[in-house]
Write a protein that binds this ligand. Sequence first.
Ligand code: FE2
Length: 357
Amino acid sequence: MDLPIKRIHHIEFLVGNALQASYFYRKALGFSQIGYLGPETGYPDRASYAVQQGNIRFVFTTPLHHDDPGNVFLLLHGDSVKDICLETGDVDGLYQEIVKRGASPVKAPHTIEDDGGSLRCAAVKTYGDVIHSFVSDYGAGFMPGFNRTRIDEQGVGFKRIDHVVANTQDRQMDRWCDFYKTVFGFHKFVSYDDKDISTEYTALRSTVMANPAKNIKFPINEPAKGRRKSQIQEYIDFNYSAGVQHIALYTDDIVKTVEQLRRNGVNFLSIPKTYYDSVWDRVGDIKEDRKLIEKFNILADRDENGYLLQIFTKPVQDRPTLFLEVIQRAGCESFGKGNFKALFESIELEQKARGNL
Ligand code: FE2
């Protein structure tokens, strides 16, 4: 039986300063503010800013009081993803089934409402301290409790979330793949072993889990043995536990998106010039101008169905934990296997500069 999960409704981050974090996502990444929740809207214990671009919605939340349990999360993980919220037509039914299949409950189904209407909400635990909340559709505005104060920004062309990646601890990948299979009804979309993803120094394994409609993709990584510390282990050391490693945002025009992001001050990983010596032999013809792809340091890959273009930001907070990916697909459904080596060598240069390789 397919579970009634429609899509990722939003992703919520717990951060030390939601005012400033949301400003970065607005001014650097082109998200518009669509609502605010806090003491002024009847929630005295926290401040939350909701931002949107295309159909991607992020919420940045800061607890306001010293005794809020959210502070423990911040102490352990720093600014980090707390909730990958899923939209469903039947919160109560979905929660009941998911808990019956073995998920740990966080919040039983309940109603939240304001003058604009109401919705049902529930939540279960997943890897690390991350949760999946479930919400039903709420016609008016973003969520009950949020005012509708809009601050419009010039978007950079992000349309939707392509995938959300988890980093898990040593030998935990299969466990979490099983969790998404047996509890959420996801299937294995593709997997990569340490032969696919290794450099001279470090290695990792990755399996991509997808829902039946394939509009939600969760790659799950674990560190593998190498001569030096895996980048996944560096993440685990700084995030304290498993957590969200990167969120890939889809654009129809990666050249324009990356040009704008660079102008806004977003920092990307740089790839050695030699990468482009061989990439076009491997990828062949693309519609985009190869010179611009090289100028902006964008990576390219191809599978039997088409090609993809992708680029990765540096971490978007001081701990070397969460980063973002910008991706454009032309038929290709893969995750850039041909780029893994170049990408990981580039990450290792950064890891070395931090003294963690
Ligand atoms: Fe990715």
